[in-house]
Ligand binder design. Structure first.
Ligand SMILES: CC(C)(COP(=O)(O)OP(=O)(O)OC[C@H]1O[C@@H](n2cnc3c(N)ncnc32)[C@H](O)[C@@H]1OP(=O)(O)O)[C@@H](O)C(=O)NCCC(=O)NCCS
Length: 188
């Protein structure tokens, strides 16, 4: 499925979800320069200057654009409507068509904006894009059993815990267990 002409954006009460554009460069640099120290092992702290160049940003946009054209990954910036600030990112990853019609949902809110419900609001909008615009049937989220904040978000947006997948991912030089959460279109 080619998705070039799909309207890949969504407005919510407080947020706008849309792919990053070249004009977002300053906003993007600001987002990755103003973080608090990592708040847990899944969080990240400020990027170094060499990771925040315009060249790197252009490469990122090119990659994201290519991957969405290929119906493989869809990346969205989460922008606050009030002031246009980039507060996080959400992804629909590893799209699988055929008899599966599945994608993995990934989300990140920059840590200075945690605790305001932005992840929930943005993920619900991403779910709407997944099911209505991209015609997917199922979304899954793979979450570390210890990532309590993410589990709370997943449950709040209606994902069901399905299973514990043993030694599923190779992270930091070891195989780690992952809790699989999911939702299908019928449950939205
Ligand atoms: C996971 C992550 C996105 C959750 O961020 P978050 O801001 O806690 O997410 P939510 O949108 O679910 O916000 C819930 C909190 O906002 C509060 N809140 C405030 N206003 C709210 C509103 N209008 N609606 C809903 N919740 C609101 C809730 O009470 C809750 O507070 P609490 O955490 O003190 O209980 C964030 O911790 C993160 O980016 N982590 C690092 C990356 C990561 O782990 N990603 C997931 C990998 S699987």
């Amino acid at each position: 499925m080619k998705s070039t002409n799909l309207p890949l954006f969504k407005n919510t009460k407080r947020l706008v979800l849309r792919p990053l554009e070249l004009t977002d460069y300053e906003n993007w640099v600001q987002a990755y320069s103003c973080l608090k120290p990592a708040q847990n092992e899944w969080d990240e702290t400020n990027w170094v200057d060499s990771e925040l160049t315009k060249k790197k940003f252009k490469e990122l946009l090119k990659l994201q654009n290519k991957q969405s054209q290929q119906d493989h990954n869809y990346d969205f910036g989460i922008f606050r409507k009030d002031d246009g600030v980039l507060v996080g990112t959400v992804r629909l990853m590893d799209v699988s068509r055929g008899i599966f019609q599945n994608a993995y949902l990934g989300y990140r809110i920059f840590n200075i904006y945690w605790g305001q419900g932005y992840a929930q609001e943005a993920c619900k909008a991403a779910m709407s894009i997944a099911f209505k615009d991209l015609k997917l049937h199922r979304l899954e989220a793979g979450i570390s059993p210890a990532n309590k904040r993410s589990i709370k978000t997943a449950k709040a947006i209606g994902l069901r815990k399905e299973s514990l997948s043993k030694r599923r991912l190779f992270v930091n030089k070891k195989w780690v267990d992952v809790l699989l959460f999911a939702i299908t279109k019928e449950e939205l």
